[in-house]
Each structure stands twice: as structure tokens, then as C-alpha cells.
Design a protein around this ligand. Structure first.
Ligand code: SF4
Length: 381
């Protein structure tokens, strides 16, 4: 049963920053606004708009230096490592851009891992040294109900110090049931904050409920989830708009769920089913501008970078504010234990196919320390 979201404070904040107001702020921004934003200790939303504007492009080097300094100050020289485990690729939603979607034309077999298969995946990743794991499913509460997810979390906790999930949006009781079995983190991307685009690309299923998804992370925080990771799927809508709204969302979660660490992701939509055409894919330069602007706006928020980006770009982005990276990822259930070699089972193709050991070596070459266990715990120690 999906509850209707009413009076959620962030919905009001979003309503205060409609696209027309944001466009006006971006169009109006000049070099003086960018320089003022670069000097401020704490940035206002108008400053973020200036840093996302064309006026900020000549200042990218200054932004990079400031972002580098802030990241060092708040996170040291460490990059946390994590790996995804796909529990199931069954999905009853129909998101036009996704290979798992009900009508995407993906011909591969669908499967949901058994407890024994989950153990096999965990054992392999634990053998590589991972201590931080992300369990994923599609939107299929009938095949992967909360009871199944709770069992999967409990199994994963036998192998790993830190377990997070990227699953369908739950109610507060659902998140609490997972926390009771050892869950520490929830990753849930809004995909796009632009309501009309959201409605156009999410054709059916539970995920169509924009407001319910928008409030999910606040429910997770209230349920005791201590790591909250949000994201926008860059390419669905204008990067500067979704990046701006995601920045406001992260800041609101920091206030609302002050006991939880908030992080953000910047996945670019590269590989899509034939029926979908990506219209707003940001360039490398635009991705960098977005990351730098958000680092200055959110100095204490972690940045995650997945294997959706190429090895070369990931290595270049390390000093600009990245705090967590996935490595050696498989995006299909049973992918580590090679339960099925059918590539059609993948949710998306990865760009960085290096092994965990190769990613570790690249992080060290960049002058950073790879951290296998929970980033926050490592940082506190
Ligand atoms: S994005 Fe998620 S909910 Fe949508 S089709 Fe893919 S797996 Fe299902």
C-alpha cells in the first residue's frame, strides 16, 4: 500500500524552485556571482545556480582547487570501495531507459537469487577484500518482499561490515525491518526531479508514484538508516536542473536526518534499450562542472562514482571530490559466481571493467588510500 506524501518539507522546497526560477537565476548569473560563490563559506541556492551557469565555465580551475581543498578537509585522502550484488532482475515497473524494465525487450532469463546463491556471491566479494556491499533488486515486492530482503541483509552481514540496499521505495516499517537485521545504508535515486519527465519515462508500476519516492529517504532516515545515498540519472533531463534539485535534496536530508551521513551519485545514462533515446546526456566537462558546484555547495556530502563511467574518467575525477567508488562490478544476479553467462541479464553495461585490484592500484597512483571497510568508521578511526 503506497501512502500519499503530504506536507513533506522538501516537496515545498522544490515547489519554491520551479524550473522557470532556476533558469532565470542561471541566465542572470555573471562572473561576479561566481566569484562571490567561490568566496562564501556556506553557499545559498542562488550561489549553486551561479556555479552551474555558463558564467562559471571560465572558473572551473578555481572551482576544482576549492573542491579539492574541501574534500581533503572533510574526507582526507581516502576513497571507500564497494561492490554491488544484484539479488534479482525481476521488475514489474516499466522505466523506458532500463534494461530490466518489463517491456524493454530484454530477452534474458529473469532470476532471483536463493539464500545459497547470495552466500556464493558474498563469499567471492569478501575474498576480494570488500567490506562494503550494496544489494539490489528491481521493483518486484512479490518476488523480493521485505522478508526476503531482510534475510539477504542478514546473510550479507555475516560477510561484510557494512550492507546497503538499492531496492524499491519502502514505508518506514519496511526500512526498520531491514535495519533490525543489520542494514546500514539505502541508495535510492530520484532519477529525475522534473515531474513531467518523471511521469513520461516511468510508464507503470510502483515507481510511478513521484511523491512517495521523493520522501523515501526521509522515511529511511527516520527508520534508523545511517547512510543515505541519493542520485539523479543524468541524461533524463537537463543536468543543471536535476543537479540543482539534487543539491537541495541532499541539503534538506542533512537537516532532516542529521544522524545519517548523506551522499550523492552522478550516474550518466549511457546504455539504454532501443526504444529510448537519451536527449540530455551531459558532456564530460558538464559532469565535472556539476560535481565541482555540488562539492562547494555540500562540503560534507560523500560523492559516489560507479563503474558506469570509464576507467580514464574515473581516475581523473578522483581528486575532485569523489569519496566512494564501486569496483569489479557485475550488474546481473549471480554475476560473480557465473551462475549464468547470458549478458542479456545485465541491467546496464559497465564502462570500467577493471578488477578490484586494478582500481585499488589506480586509486593509490592518484595519491589516495583505498578503504575496503565502511568509510565513515574508517574515517572516525
Ligand atoms: S530502473 Fe529499476 S524500477 Fe525501473 S525498470 Fe529498471 S529495475 Fe525496474
Amino acid at each position: 500500500m503506497i501512502e500519499k506524501s503530504i506536507n513533506y518539507p522538501f516537496a515545498q522546497i522544490l515547489a519554491d524552485w520551479p524550473e522557470a526560477r532556476l533558469r532565470e537565476a542561471i541566465d542572470r548569473a555573471g562572473p561576479g556571482d561566481v566569484q562571490r560563490a567561490l568566496r562564501r563559506e556556506q553557499l545559498f541556492p542562488e550561489d549553486l545556480a551561479a556555479l552551474l551557469s555558463p558564467a562559471a565555465v571560465p572558473f572551473l580551475e578555481d572551482m576544482a582547487q576549492a573542491a579539492h581543498r574541501l574534500t581533503r578537509q572533510h574526507f582526507g585522502r581516502t576513497i571507500g570501495l564497494y561492490a554491488p550484488i544484484y539479488l534479482s532482475n525481476i521488475c514489474y515497473s516499466d522505466c523506458l531507459y532500463c534494461g530490466y524494465a518489463l517491456h524493454s525487450g530484454s530477452l534474458g532469463d529473469r532470476r532471483t537469487l536463493t539464500p545459497a546463491e547470495i552466500r556464493a556471491e558474498c563469499a567471492i566479494l569478501a575474498g576480494h577484500g570488500f567490506q562494503n556491499i550494496l544489494l539490489l533488486t528491481g521493483e518486484a515486492p512479490k518476488v523480493a518482499p521485505v522478508s526476503y530482503l531482510a534475510q539477504a541483509v542478514a546473510i550479507a552481514r555475516e560477510y561484510f561490515a557494512s550492507v546497503a540496499v538499492e531496492i524499491y521505495a519502502l514505508d518506514e516499517a519496511g526500512y526498520r525491518a531491514l535495519v533490525d537485521r543489520g542494514l546500514e545504508g539505502v541508495t535510492l535515486y530520484m532519477e529525475t526531479y522534473h515531474r513531467e519527465t518523471y511521469a513520461a519515462v516511468h510508464k507503470r508500476g510502483r515507481k510511478r508514484h513521484y511523491d512517495y519516492r521523493l520522501e523515501a529517504m526521509a522515511r529511511a532516515g527516520r527508520a534508523g538508516v545511517r547512510r543515505l545515498s541519493i542520485g539523479a540519472l543524468l541524461g533524463l533531463y537537463h543536468w543543471w536542473a536535476d543537479g540543482f534539485w539534487m543539491g537541495l535534496h541532499a541539503r534538506q536530508l542533512q537537516k532532516e536526518c542529521w544522524q545519517s551521513a548523506v551522499s550523492i551519485s552522478f550516474p550518466r545514462l549511457r546504455h539504454v534499450p532501443e526504444r529510448y533515446r537519451v536527449q540530455h546526456l551531459p558532456s564530460d566537462r558538464e559532469l565535472v562542472q556539476l560535481m565541482l558546484a555540488l562539492r562547494l555547495f555540500l562540503p560534507e556530502v560523500g560523492f559516489n562514482l560507479s563503474t558506469r563511467e570509464s576507467a580514464g574518467l574515473r581516475d581523473h575525477l578522483i581528486p575532485l571530490g569523489v569519496t566512494m567508488m564501486s569496483a569489479g562490478s557485475s550488474t546481473r544476479p549471480g554475476g560473480y559466481a557465473h551462475l549464468d553467462d547470458d549478458a542479456a541479464l545485465e541491467q546496464f553495461e559497465i564502462e570500467d571493467g577493471r578488477s578490484p585490484e586494478e582500481v585499488v592500484a589506480a586509486i593509490r597512483r592518484a595519491g589516495y588510500d583505498p578503504v575496503w571497510k565502511d568509510f565513515d568508521a574508517a574515517f572516525i578511526e
